[in-house]
Design a protein around this ligand. Structure first.
Ligand SMILES: Cc1cc2nc3c(=O)[nH]c(=O)nc-3n(C[C@H](O)[C@H](O)[C@H](O)COP(=O)(O)OP(=O)(O)OC[C@H]3O[C@@H](n4cnc5c(N)ncnc54)[C@H](O)[C@@H]3O)c2cc1C
Length: 486
């Protein structure tokens, strides 16, 4: 009869926030307290949105799956997949799904994430209101498979938006043999993460790959009667475009919360306990707004899920989310970019250290405040990124010679950092710990991930794990060059 005593926890949305929340709940044995049901509008189990570029380049959904449908069954979680929650009644504590089923809950978590932001551009839709064939966003597996089916070698593509996402989409399309142009409205690529010099260096590297870049331009119209054929800019210039990919930011999915009278500003407003103003209603991930901030990266999601799991299970009554420090890495093969914190100094007392290797296309910049890292960017070589992320995240003091953190593999650090830089930022696993595990017998990628948890978050470090295995394991034939175990 233990089951009858369990509370019902409903989670709306089934992507990275939910995947992580389920892990955090499981770590706290939440299954003893809750009967958990996950409602996911997209089909499939939980997949890694960060790695969608692989699907666009021809990979399968399985390659980026974090939790298969079998995982839910094995972990006593009910999965309602391909089901949208239409309505939540926060007084009756019930929700209604697209298949007209009503489900009661004791606590509900909105993990509804974001949709792609659609800018105001003329000609995006046909007369009857549907999106014009050839116009795409880069957000879901369905978007990627549709784009891939439409794309053909030698076709022309325009990507609107020169941020992280736009560049990743551009590279995948270029790899498929398309002629790609990136249109960026600011003067700098990745302007949220790079200064002008960094953006210029990045532009050179992107153009070397055969991708044409126009910055400081405004996209006015998608031309084409029954499908996209070209794009017109506000200065009148026209670019052929059989494919138009909109990569212009995110729009948090708040429609169901708003209709349920849950307070929403830019996103669903939560306090330090990831709770909304309505009892029993929580929000986490890209649909949540904390202290005026809506994050568009996964690191904050990891922090938020830890706190929410503590709150839901009462494992730590003092758990509070106080905001996250974020960093970004571009995952385009052949161009290394990492950025965190400030991009420009803000105070007279801020120290700025810049190392420019123009010929090599390498640019490194540190902004130091009160002896600590307040910002950093790396273009052309991101070797120092793990050390810098660690320093930035923890607020540790920098060594007196600031350049040490860029030069030596350990970043000139002593103490716990002697364990080497953090390789898996999701689970904070250092290189030293990984080498130790490999020497202790974890000689394949699944074994290493199982033992250390490295590579089981966003998965973007799996290539580094594979390299460590190749270097340190006696026999590493089970690991492919791309970090995928065979
Ligand atoms: C191509 C790409 C590359 C990225 N690369 C990086 C990166 O390198 N580093 C990084 O930190 N971040 C990256 N991001 C951002 C990162 O993926 C997101 O921050 C993260 O996935 C957000 O997770 P989420 O679970 O909050 O929301 P989402 O991933 O948006 O998931 C929400 C889910 O909820 C579902 N849903 C919404 N409403 C309902 C409803 N009413 N009923 C049922 N289901 C519903 C949606 O269909 C969706 O599946 C990238 C994003 C993209 C698209």
């Amino acid at each position: 009869m233990i089951f009858d005593m369990k509370k019902r926890l409903a989670i709306i949305g089934n992507r990275m926030a939910t995947g992580r929340l389920l892990d955090e709940l499981s770590r706290r044995n939440a299954g003893r307290m809750y009967a958990i049901t996950v409602f996911g509008e997209e089909p499939h189990g939980c997949y890694n949105r960060i790695l969608l570029g692989r699907v666009l380049s021809g990979g399968t959904t399985d390659e980026i799956t974090l939790k298969s449908p079998a995982w839910y069954a094995q972990n006593d979680v009910t999965l309602e997949s391909g089901v949208r929650v239409e309505k939540v009644d926060t007084v009756a504590r019930q929700l209604v799904t697209t298949d007209s089923e009503t489900h009661s809950y004791d606590a509900v978590v909105f993990a509804t994430g974001s949709a792609a932001f659609i800018p105001k551009i003329d000609g995006l839709r046909l007369a009857e209101g549907t999106v014009k064939p050839g116009v795409f966003v880069f957000r879901t597996v369905a978007d990627c498979t549709a784009m891939r089916a439409y794309a053909h070698p030698a076709a022309s593509a325009v990507v609107v938006g020169g941020g992280l996402l736009g560049l990743e989409a551009a590279k995948s399309l270029c790899d498929l043999g398309l002629h790609v142009t990136v249109l960026q409205n600011s003067d700098t690529l990745m302007n949220a993460q790079l200064d002008k010099l960094g953006g210029d260096m990045l532009r050179r590297a992107i153009e070397k790959m055969g991708i044409y870049v126009r910055t400081g331009v405004s996209t006015q119209e998608v031309i084409g009667d029954d499908k996209a054929t070209a794009v017109r800019l506000s200065d009148g210039s026209v670019f052929p475009a059989e494919l138009v990919v909109l990569a212009c930011g995110i729009a948090p999915r708040t429609e169901v919360a708003k209709a349920a009278n849950v307070p929403v500003k830019r996103a669903i407003v939560v306090n330090d306990r990831m709770s909304t103003a309505i009892p029993g209603v929580y929000a986490v991930g890209e649909c949540a707004e904390h202290d005026g901030k809506v994050y568009g990266l996964v690191e904050p999601i990891w922090d938020q899920c830890g706190v929410l799991a503590d709150v839901l299970t009462a494992a730590n009554p003092r758990a509070r989310y106080t905001g996250s420090k974020v960093y970004a890495r571009l995952k385009v093969v052949g161009v290394e970019v990492a950025s965190m914190g400030l991009t420009e100094s803000e105070r007279d007392t801020d120290e700025v250290i810049q190392v420019i290797e123009d010929r090599k296309g390498i640019y490194r910049k540190l902004i130091v405040r009160d002896g600590k890292l307040a910002g950093a960017m790396l273009v052309g070589s991101a070797e120092a990124a793990p050390v810098l992320i660690q320093l930035y995240d923890r607020g540790d003091p920098l060594p007196p010679n600031r350049l040490d953190v860029l030069a030596s593999p350990g970043g000139g650090l002593s103490g716990p950092e002697a364990a080497g830089p953090e390789v898996c930022n999701c689970h904070h696993v250092t290189e030293g710990a990984l080498v130790e595990a490999i020497k202790g017998g974890c000689t394949t990628l699944p074994m290493l991930s199982e033992c250390t948890k490295a590579g089981t978050g966003c998965g973007s470090c799996r290539g580094q794990l594979a390299n460590l295995l190749l270097k340190h394991a006696p026999r590493a034939e089970a690991v492919g060059a791309n970090g995928v175990a065979h």
